[in-house]
Design a protein. Structure first.
Length: 562
């Protein structure tokens, strides 16, 4: 870490030396003709370099005298113009910036600024130049000091520490950046500076060592669009006992930061998301998170969170708040949404129609971002932005409207559906019909075994054969390419199912491939579907000689999750 002191001096009439003056700061005093030399001795800082900006006349008049007090290794004189024209002022600005370019990029440089002497505009140019360098992460302005000649008392000049002015400007910019873009990193230095400065003179300050807040983590969570994780950390920020900085303006800025974070802060802090309770306050908090994402132009995050928010709101309406973060609960709601979206025309008069139609459109916009634009159609950012805003307003306006979030129980249809293959072993179909009391049965087999279908169903006690629909595979052993067409044929017999059971056992491998294909496509359409299997533990000879013996039913989905 390197400490650098910057100062400037103007030319006095006829090159007269500055008078000997006693300066006082923090109980210490030092007498010198030049304030920056006094400041060097008044501050408890070991400077690695003192850069003095002098005009041609000032250098000629004062350099030799100044070098009597400072070694050549410590002092560096930078030539500047008088700054009498705007062109010279810009040249001066560039001159200071060039000094910053000489600094080692890998070394942290703390800069302290003396604004006492020199032309009246020079301190302003120096400060703005340093602010520019600070924005490029080349330096950090750690102190600004002024020897207040006009406040002279008993021939002693007080030194004013104006550093807080820079902190307020820096903090104001950081707060503005956070509110406009969601970037909280700039706030880190401001808060740490404000609290650390106060703790130097306050031994009881709880933040004496450091501010134990992880700004980087919160920034990453907000940027990633994670409302629950962000909420837990934001709550920690809001609960933190910030000390009085001693400057009202700084206190107000800190409070403004906290007020902004309160809108997205969860009810609990820490790392355990299970502590967050799903209620109307939590739903409103997540909408605030979405609003902040929209204001920060994070459209992709807003679309993703809005979609998940709808699922949470429906779960809340269903009275399943205690299970709202369980995968099964959310997955079931998502499947229901997909199902009703596929049946929109049948629920036009229901309160949830607007929600479902808008939710479908939201999904299209979200998918554009989820696939990072890797589709043939160009992503229209403004369209996504407007859709996100409109859907946010829809959710916000209906937050407390329970009827808006109620999904219908069911439509009249063919209830439970069984889809199963059947090969040479007709006993498998016998077992399937016995176990699954289906309202509709779709059997995939080959031409050779079609007569066995009605026989197996009759043996299983099925009297209404109109429930049974037979599909045939052309090539029972190699017909893997028939799966897509077979699925299309299956959908002709699937009307508003409450549940579809797909049997993965029986028949040839090509038939089982068609079963798995159907399962994957139905899942994508949001239909309630599960995979099952049937087992007959008898020998092949026994199965063929006496096929109609009840086997076992296996719940494949449950077995996979174990």
């Amino acid at each position: 870490m390197k400490n650098v002191l910057l100062a400037s001096y103007g030319y006095r009439k006829n090159g007269e030396l500055y008078p000997e003056i006693e300066y006082s700061f923090n109980g210490k005093s030092y007498t010198s003709r030049y304030f920056f030399i006094a400041l060097q001795n008044l501050l408890d800082i070991e400077f690695d370099k003192i850069i003095l900006f002098l005009t041609k006349d000032s250098r000629s008049a004062y350099e030799n005298y100044i070098r009597e007090y400072l070694s050549n290794d410590l002092l560096e004189i930078a030539d500047i113009s008088d700054g009498k024209t705007i062109e010279e002022i810009w040249k001066l600005f560039d001159g200071v910036v060039n000094q910053g370019d000489k600094l080692d990029e890998n070394e942290k440089v703390n800069v302290y600024l003396d604004i006492t002497n020199g032309f009246r505009h020079l301190p302003l140019v120096l400060y703005n130049s340093l602010s520019y360098l600070e924005s490029l992460n080349k330096v950090k302005i750690q102190g600004i000091y002024y020897g207040a000649l006009e406040a002279k008392h008993n021939n002693i000049i007080p030194v004013f520490d104006l550093t807080n002015l820079a902190k307020i400007l820096r903090g104001g910019y950081a707060v503005k950046q956070f509110e406009e873009s969601g970037n909280i990193i700039g706030i880190k230095d401001f808060v740490n500076d404000a609290i650390t400065e106060n703790s130097r003179e306050n031994s009881d300050c709880p933040a004496r060592n450091k501010v134990n807040l992880d700004f980087e983590e919160l920034q990453d969570l907000i940027s990633a669009g994670l409302p629950l994780e962000s909420g837990l950390i934001a709550k920690k920020f809001c609960d933190y006992k910030y000390v009085d900085s001693g400057v009202n303006s700084i206190n107000k800025l800190i409070q403004r930061i906290v007020d902004n974070l309160k809108s997205i802060a969860a009810s609990k802090s820490g790392k355990d998301k299970k502590k967050i309770i799903l209620n109307e306050q939590e739903l409103e908090r997540t909408l605030n998170f979405v609003k902040n994402q929209l204001e920060a132009h994070n459209i992709s995050n807003a679309l993703v969170v809005l979609r998940e928010w709808v699922i949470s709101r429906i779960i809340f309406e269903k009275g399943l708040a205690s299970k709202w973060l369980e995968h099964k609960t959310r997955d079931n709601v998502e499947k229901q949404l997909g199902y009703w979206i596929n049946n929109l025309e049948k629920i036009k008069d229901m309160p949830c129609y607007e929600l479902l139609s808008e939710f479908y459109s939201l999904g299209d916009r979200r998918n554009e971002y989820a696939h990072a634009g890797y589709r043939d159609k160009r992503v229209e950012v403004n369209t996504g932005k407007e859709k996100a805003k409109e859907f946010y307003e829809l959710c916000f306006n209906n937050l407390s409207n329970g009827n808006f979030w109620k999904l219908p129980d069911k439509l009249p249809g063919n209830g439970t559906v069984l889809i199963t293959p059947m090969g040479a072993s007709s006993g498998l179909l016998f077992t399937a019909v016995n176990f699954v009391k289906a309202d509709s049965i779709i059997v995939l087999t080959s031409e050779k075994f079609i007569p066995k279908v009605s026989e197996a169903c009759t043996k299983a006690g099925l009297t209404d054969m109109s429930k049974v629909h037979i599909l045939t595979i052309k090539d029972a052993f190699c017909g893997f390419n028939e799966a897509e067409e077979l699925y299309k044929q299956m959908t002709e017999f699937i009307r508003n199912p409450e549940e579809i059971n797909i049997n993965l056992t029986g028949g040839t491998t090509a038939m089982q491939w068609a079963m798995q294909t159907a399962y994957e496509k139905l899942i994508k359409e949001g239909i309630n579907v599960k995979r099952i299997a049937f087992v007959d533990r008898r020998s092949t000879i026994e199965q063929q000689s006496n096929p109609y013996v009840l086997g076992e039913l296996l719940d494949v989905e449950r077995l996979i999750q174990q």
